[in-house]
Every structure is written in C-alpha cells, then in structure tokens.
Design a protein around this ligand. Structure first.
Ligand SMILES: [Zn+2]
Length: 67
C-alpha cells in the first residue's frame, strides 16, 4: 500500500504523527506545533510503532500496515 504524505510533530514532548497530509497541513492538531515531513523509509524505521498516529484530515487514529 502506498502511503500518503507523512508528517510528524516537531515538538519533542508530542509524538503525534499524521498520515495522508495535504501540503497545506502545517500545524499539529494536538499541540499546535509545526509539523515536518518524513519519508516512508524513515517512517517504517523509526515511527511506525508510535501510538499517536492520525489521519490528518479526520483526526481519527490511523495506523498503516506494512505489506
Ligand atoms: Zn504536536
């Protein structure tokens, strides 16, 4: 499955990760911090087990499964 744009919150106290981001998605929905884009490799290596993962459009929990 191809993932959409993935962005993570840059605030070290906030572990939120957002999936299916639009290019205009710039602020964390949890803390208002600035988010930064990561690529898919980085996501699977470092972030795929994080708890707070959301769909950026709905703010519902979202966790992709690796094929
Ligand atoms: Zn945040």
């Amino acid at each position: 499955m191809a993932l959409g744009l993935i962005k993570i919150c840059g605030d070290p106290h906030c572990d939120a990760i957002y999936h299916n981001c639009t290019k205009d998605f710039k602020k964390c929905l949890d803390c208002g911090g600035t988010v930064k884009m990561i690529n898919e490799d980085t996501y699977w290596k470092k972030y795929s087990n994080y708890f707070f993962q959301y769909d950026a459009n709905t703010h519902q929990y979202f966790r992709p499964k690796q094929q």
